[in-house]
Design a protein around this ligand. Structure first.
Ligand code: FCB
Length: 461
């Protein structure tokens, strides 16, 4: 099973999840630094220190990627390093990313830069965060500072990673920083994140006119648990609206979906939309990044075995009762069911329902409880997960989808947000006591896939 020539293979990380060194070279707090100090917010009270100490071990990590033969690396730039407290440009912060980019290029690894992977300067949160329209303009200034320094060397950019999580988990159910639970702030955040994307894209166009640019969204197929139940179908429509279409439609069609606008009318979505915002938000993209992990199989009438969030406000604004029903598939350590077919489904849907633009899977991967066998990390579950999803991606290609690349999440075990260090997504194991990196079986396997630009026949697994 061979992938197209020039298919981009890589691995992904994000600044706060790997860097550590949160107080050096002028960096100040992001919302995640603050959130980690809230008792109970993050499992085990884990924080961004020292993470996997990547800020100091950057060269070693790039060498590791080179050893694995990875042609591309997706990482994010930390806003609070580049503009601490959202103030003036901090040259020392940019120096780090310049060194990283240059080191990657020396090793023939193509940098893919994400400008925002959730680490908003705390100062801006103190002024309302993403619920405040001003934050979008501050983001554009920050984006410009990064572009001025790196625009001549980096030719692949995405503005935001998963605005869904920033808005709905950050301001809706409070599972992520800044931990707010305010529906009105949530819908304001949705719009201001989209606006920030549009303004950030303009900064990319201005300073790197030849670069490829886009945004990364996390998409789920949303299925009614009982397709014959009008209530389940209605919940599925709403969840699809909040998870997928509220971002895809403004970005790719220049308008919020009518049904979502109506659903969110009580929370004031329309109040935030100024003239020409949607034009800014829907400026043409060169690529769409898709992050894919699992499916949502939803019901309006949860049974005791269905997953339900009853202990905190729901991120599913306007949905009265919702449960997530398992489909008896294997589960990862995150308790997410494994559904490779869902990846084919989201790619086919994009192809069918939206204007066609090049697609890249910017994240896909799984956490498992890896076991050490003879000093090696034996993670056959992760190999099977990646294999299944690559076959699913290939099925989409065969059906005519313009899929151009795949980045596995993640290069290294790292800080998994509210789950702290307890959940390991890396293809490379990190010993948190010693910071020793050990490629897992999955890293060796992936390295071979990349070398072959394809997958071994299924029976050889
Ligand atoms: C995504 C995030 C990424 C990582 C994976 C598991 O939602 O973008 O940082 O945490 O999930």
């Amino acid at each position: 099973m061979t992938f197209p020539t020039n298919f981009v293979w890589g691995a992904a990380t994000a600044a706060f999840q790997i860097e550590g060194s949160t107080t050096v070279d002028g960096r100040t707090d992001s919302i995640w630094d603050t959130f980690c100090r809230v008792p109970g917010a993050v499992v085990n009270g884990d924080t961004g220190e020292p993470a996997v100490d990547h800020y100091r071990r950057m060269r070693e990590d790039v060498r590791l990627m080179a050893d694995l033969g990875l042609p591309a690396y997706r990482f994010s730039v930390a806003w609070p390093r580049v503009r601490p407290d959202a103030g003036p440009v901090n040259s020392a912060g940019l120096d780090f990313y310049e060194r990283l980019v240059d080191t990657l290029l020396e090793h023939d690894i193509t940098p893919w830069v994400t400008l925002y992977h959730w680490d908003l300067p705390q100062t801006l949160e103190d002024q309302g965060g993403w619920a405040n329209r001003e934050t979008a303009y501050r983001f554009a200034e920050y984006a410009e500072s990064v572009l001025v320094r790196l625009g001549d060397r980096v030719s692949n950019w995405t503005t935001l990673n998963e605005p869904y999580c920033s808005a709905f988990l950050g301001y809706g159910n409070g599972v992520h920083a800044p931990g707010r639970t305010d529906p009105r702030a949530t819908v304001a955040a949705v719009h201001h994140l989209l606006l920030a994307h549009g303004l950030g894209l303009a900064a990319i166009r201005a300073h790197a006119p030849n670069a490829s640019a886009g945004v990364t969204v996390n998409l789920y197929p949303v299925r009614p648990a009982d397709p014959d139940s009008p209530e389940d179908v209605e919940v599925a429509r709403r969840v699809d609206g909040l998870q997928n279409r509220i971002f895809l439609d403004p970005l790719l069609r220049g308008a919020y979906p009518e049904d979502v606008l109506a659903d969110l009318e009580p929370f004031g979505l329309a109040d935030h939309i100024a003239a020409s915002d949607l034009q800014t938000i829907s400026a043409p993209l060169d690529l769409l990044g898709v992050n894919y992990y699992t499916v949502h199989n939803v019901t309006a009438r949860p049974e005791p075995t269905d997953r339900q969030n009853t202990d905190r406000p729901s991120e599913w604004l306007g949905v009265e009762t919702i449960g997530f029903r398992g489909l008896n598939r294997p589960r990862t350590a995150m308790d997410w069911e494994v559904h490779p077919d869902g990846l084919t489904e989201v790619l086919l849907r994009l192809n069918r329902e939206y204007p066609k633009i090049p697609l890249y899977i910017t994240e896909n991967g799984a956490a498992y409880h890896d076991s050490v066998v003879d000093g090696g990390i034996h993670d056959p579950d992760r190999v099977a997960f990646l294999d299944g999803h690559l076959r699913a991606a290939h099925a989409a290609l065969s059906a005519g989808v313009d899929l151009r690349g795949y980045f596995c999440w993640s290069l290294l075990d790292n800080f998994e947000w509210a789950e702290g260090y307890a959940k390991r997504f890396g293809i490379v194991h990190v010993d948190y006591e010693t910071q020793v990196r050990t490629p897992k079986l999955s890293a060796r396997w992936y390295s071979q896939v990349v070398r072959d630009n394809g997958l071994p026949a299924a029976e050889n697994l």
